[in-house]
Design a protein around this ligand. Sequence first.
Ligand SMILES: C[S@@+](CC[C@H](N)C(=O)[O-])C[C@H]1O[C@@H](n2cnc3c(N)ncnc32)[C@H](O)[C@@H]1O
Length: 543
Amino acid sequence: MSKSKSMGQVFTTKAVVNFMINLSTLKDRELLVPILEPSCGDGAFLRELEKRGFVNLTGYEIDSGIKQVCKTVPRNEDFLFSEDSSKYGVCIGNPPYIRRKNMDPQLVEIMDNFSKEVGYVNSLSDFSFPFFIRSIERLKEGGELLFITPSYWLTTKHGEKMREFMMANGCMRMVVKFNEANVFNGEASLDAIIFSYIKSKDTKKYPRINVYEVKKGEYTEQRLNQIISLQTASQKPSSLHKFSSTTGIEKYDIGQFEQASNWAIHNEQSIVTNELSLSIGKIEGCTLGKTLGDFVEIGNGIVTGMDAAFKIKDEAIFSEDELKATKNILKAKNIKKYTHGEFTKYIWLNESEFASDEDFQEKYPGFHEHLSRYREGGENVKPGKRCLEQRFAYNDDTNWWDWVYLRNMTWLSPARTKIFCPCKERFDSKGYVRFCLVKGDVLPLQDVTGMVPFKETQESPEFITAWLNSDYVYDWLVAKGHSRGGVLEFSEAPLMRIPFLKIDFESRKEKELHDEITLLFNNETIDTNELNHAFVKLLKLRS
Ligand SMILES: C[S@@+](CC[C@H](N)C(=O)[O-])C[C@H]1O[C@@H](n2cnc3c(N)ncnc32)[C@H](O)[C@@H]1O
């Protein structure tokens, strides 16, 4: 990886730099206001600020090799542990965002020190998180942080502590959502947002957050000027140009975030598809704040390390004994809404406890011959590809015939009823998501997330699966799920947060509807309309 990439050097375009300055509170501040650019790259923000007459500018850039386009001389040092304790009125910029696996070793060390000494971030956090925290620390009361960043920190579990820190120290003023537009002219592909945050003890001053959303596929640099016009118009209530939206841009506002767990931003007025037209807030209200994580165990599927080797394509070539040493596996592509397609048999020898390689060969000659083709030098190992011995071993006892990572196996394996969904689910082109009920000793592969109801959970697995596939959960997921590029992430943390319709079993009507949904689910053909109709009756009892 190039040094520039491992240092997070993606520079902001001139149009976006100007837009961000126009969007900021700088127009209401004096030219003497101290301004900080904590990771200034080639100085694009500083140059524009200089042009507008701001004179009190400080920039940091760890890489002294970058040629500057501004007059201000940046401090060529690490901003996060700099000695300077000056306070600023505005902090503006584009912090480096890099995940750990791509980070330059110098940045890994800084990140580790930050998580040890300052907290709020862990080793899995993105490198931009410490920049949020340190920049807020450096703001004066009433100061503004205005950053362009990827959107994922708003909803990711690793960002929760940072969001708590942000809530404790101020509030959001504005967010511009770009819906995956190419705002970096092809230099980076990410779902960018621009946000304005005010450090303040008196957060009442900003009861609502203004949101400008560039509709998907509608971005051009022209749109940036339109947003500024919308912003100007909304600040002049008597203006003749009082309009709230314009082609390609949606303007709305939302209340300040009340919890750090999820800062998904969506238009509370936007159209929902469910039969009762319940808004997202109403869906959360009807479910009384209960969420899926309190009712089911959730975990990712197992990792063999080389599916091609373990998958059985032709059962006829193996002995009966061998076929007993297999596991049924469900892959994401075979998951349907409510039900599933075929299982695949995988060779399963982790529990076989062979005394030696020869012992294995004697007991299961067919498997030995088959798997040997994937060993070092084997005929099925393609040039440049890994062999069985080179699979990443999570523990040193892994034999070449073992699966490498049996995560969640203990609770997923027993032949109990489970719910599976794909780890990543494209929803925008389909208009639905897939949760299926699985019975028997079947394991999810790594591209599948498995769920098992807790012993104390009274709702049937059929009811839970029907609820997860319902229009109400779908609408909630579209608005508040953890998604990127039209794909929802269904790992443990985002699934845990899904609202859950806990049944009041004391209520005869609710219990009857629960049982009706369970029965409908067990019909030979599952009728979505009938299920939805039962949920309508159930939700009407609540609303
Ligand atoms: C995403 S770029 C943005 C540059 C500039 N703000 C812009 O928008 O064009 C982030 C910059 O931060 C710099 N950087 C990385 N770690 C840093 C650190 N610890 N302190 C200061 N700068 C750092 C990188 O070298 C890179 O130039």
